[in-house]
Design a binder for this molecule. Structure first.
Ligand code: 7RM
Length: 635
């Protein structure tokens, strides 16, 4: 028996040691027992970080959709694969069984084929969180087309840049989308984008909001009639282990977005194995990840990881605030969700609304709570633990990246004792290293440095689409023979990791290296504070000084801002020390965020440094309007 399902801490340590002593033997055993291969591999791993080149399970042949769907039909055909919860709570949820998913994916795959899509072609998917999104992702994988999902909140410019970068031949979209009480004209955005995308030959349109839209003849077609005419069977294309499965764009700190390329076999093995263990998924559990499939979290932990394990995965179309801020808990109660996975930004937004909205619902089905996307600050961690988990469901703070494909540092719930704000221990097979300023590895515990990974894992992105040189420079050039994550981290006395944020967030004040996360934690302890972001700005004496942007809770009372400033600095002094006091505190109605909920400290830093000539592209932000407000009131 391999170690597919880890159930206690000693087992974790034992399996971890095995995975590090003999990575190839370890992953070979996992791969052997839990997946459907058309042909086994000739070689488990070959790698060279100096090129860089990584290959897993070379020589193997498979199709990931046979692992996600076909092989479950005999035992789980009538089990719900995707549980679709619509934006409007009065619309019925859809329980899409594995049998139905098989038919829908195969029909869709046949439509793609008829439309001239072949193995290796790129297909851009610009769809809201409706079943067609998951189905189309799998349909591409069925025929070996490379999907490039673009989050359907991105603008037409962002969309056309991504379509052109990877030469997509086709775009899949819908007439529009629901977002809370609003509708969004997705097809209009696609039309605008395609004015500058000559390579796109066809657009297939799903009906969702039933509005009149413009259809370009010879290019656009409604999806449903094509599906109605398609056969329910489509042979799965035989894919090589290292054939690309998808491209997913992630923004860099400079330059155009990077199309991270993930390949087939390693990605499948790693997302499936992490899903099983990090969420301790058991047959008949209902698992819900609130991310959008437009992000890596949705790819790996709504679609592929859960389905490879034969799980029931909830897919939610709406937003946490509609019809009110109790919606998440309403869904947990309604579908008896067992594992719930969300982002710190959502937790903070819900915490701001108070605990009453949580208490109305029965959340007793919950067994595991997940967090991803940003460092989870101490206050949010406790709020989540106390009010959602009732101190009864372990929180898995999962650190990973688009580039890593799967979860890299995380507790294993019910095994690893958790610690607020710590992602805790490396997952099985992951070999982290903390590096100092001179490029040397810090080997002890109780150190802080830049986080690297020393050894390949199966789901590492293999390249940046069309730009291998940039891939090498971004990830493999800072430290010899190591993958550099771009994050800072500290390791405590027992070897637990805490991610302190992107390293460009590290601020050196009077020679002291300060991570922003712990200071933000202190600021957020103030009862009137909802959220905060801290950046550095140049200072004559200290080199850098700290600038805090703070949003307040909507408590109705107006407070004297100077008193608030004093109180906030008093808390910082008590919890970190006077060195970390903020020189400037600006109160603002919101913080600029990416559409996946990460605070854009880069913009805040430029404003604090009065360097606003070069703010870069703010159009892809969730709330570009706050940028002007913040600039107008800068201190
Ligand atoms: C999964 C995802 C990656 C960046 C990463 C970090 C930050 C993600 C955590 C986190 C602290 C976490 N992919 N990050 N998870 N920081 N604790 N648990 O978010 O490509 O969109 O972002 O997100 O800075 O480098 S991503």
């Amino acid at each position: 028996m391999s170690n597919y399902h880890i159930k206690h801490l000693e087992e974790y340590y034992q399996v971890y040691r095995k995975s590090v002593r003999n990575p190839e033997g370890f992953w070979e055993e996992i791969a052997e027992e839990h997946f459907l291969w058309r042909k086994k591999w000739d070689k488990v791993l070959s790698w060279d970080f100096s090129k860089p080149e990584v290959k897993w399970f070379e020589g193997a042949q498979l199709n990931i959709t046979e692992n996600c769907i076909d092989r479950h039909l005999a035992t789980r055909g009538e089990k719900t694969a995707i549980l679709f919860e619509p934006n409007n709570p009065d619309e019925a949820a859809q329980h899409i069984t594995y049998n139905e998913l098989y038919k829908r994916v195969n029909k869709f795959a046949n439509v793609l084929k008829v439309q001239g899509i072949n193995k290796g072609d790129r297909v851009c998917i610009y769809l809201p969180m409706i079943p067609e999104l998951a189905v189309s992702v799998l349909a591409c994988a069925r025929i070996g087309a490379i999907h490039s999902v673009v989050f359907a909140g991105f603008s037409s410019t962002a969309l056309s840049t991504r379509i052109n970068d990877s030469d997509c031949k086709m775009v899949l979209t819908s007439d529009g989308s629901y977002r809370g009480a609003k509708t969004i004209d997705l097809k209009g955005i696609v039309d605008e984008a395609l004015e500058s995308c000559p390579g796109v030959k066809s657009v297939l349109v799903a009906k969702r909001i039933n509005t009149e839209i413009n259809m370009v003849s010879g290019r656009d077609a409604w999806l449903q009639p094509l599906l109605d005419n398609a056969s329910e069977h489509c042979d799965a294309e035989l894919m090589n282990a290292e054939d690309p499965l998808f491209i997913l764009y992630t923004s860099g700190s400079t330059g155009k977005p990077k199309g991270m390329v993930h390949t087939t076999a390693g990605y499948m093995v790693y997302t499936a194995y992490t899903f099983k263990n990090v969420f301790q998924y058991r047959e008949n559990d209902v698992y819900w990840c609130t991310a959008d499939i437009g992000w890596i979290t949705g790819h790996s932990y709504i679609v592929y990881g859960p389905l490879v394990n034969g799980a029931t995965s909830v897919m939610f179309e709406g937003v946490p605030s509609y019809p009110d801020f109790g919606r998440f808990w309403d869904i947990v109660q309604k579908h008896k969700v067992n594992q719930f996975y969300t982002a710190p930004t959502a937790i903070r937004a819900l915490a701001k609304q108070g605990a009453e909205l949580v208490e109305k619902y029965d959340l007793s089905s919950l067994k595991v709570l997940g967090s991803v996307g940003e460092p989870i600050n101490e206050e949010a961690w406790h709020w989540y633990n106390d009010n959602v988990g009732k101190r009864n469901s372990p929180i898995v703070d999962t650190w990973w990246q688009t580039e890593t494909g799967g979860i890299m540092i995380s507790p294993i719930p019910y095994s690893t004792p958790t610690k607020p704000t710590y992602a805790t221990l490396p997952f099985i097979g992951i070999q982290p290293a903390l590096m100092d300023e001179n490029g040397d590895e810090l080997k002890d515990n109780q150190v802080e440095g830049r986080l690297c990974i020393k050894y390949p894992w199966p789901s590492i992105a293999r390249t940046i689409w069309g730009n291998h040189q940039r891939y090498k420079e971004t990830y493999f050039s800072a430290y010899e023979n190591k993958y550099f994550t771009g994050d800072g981290a500290l390791r405590d006395e027992v070897g637990y990791y805490r991610i302190t944020g992107r390293v460009d967030d590290v601020i050196i004040v009077s020679g002291h290296n300060l991570g922003t996360a712990p200071i933000e934690d202190a600021v957020n302890e103030h009862p009137a504070v909802a959220e905060s972001a801290i950046v550095g700005f140049p200072h004559d004496v200290k080199g850098s000084a700290l600038y805090g942007y703070v949003t307040l809770k909507d408590t109705g009372e107006s407070r004297d801002q100077n008193n608030l400033r004093k109180e906030i600095n008093q808390i910082i002094t008590e919890s970190i020390g006077p060195i970390a006091k903020l020189d400037k505190i600006q109160f603002t109605s919101g913080l600029p965020k990416t559409r996946s909920g990460k605070i854009m400290r880069r913009i805040l830093r430029k404003i604090a440094q009065k360097d606003t000539a070069n703010l870069g592209d703010t159009s892809t932000l969730l709330n570009p309007e706050v940028v002007q407000e913040i600039m107008d009131n800068v201190l």
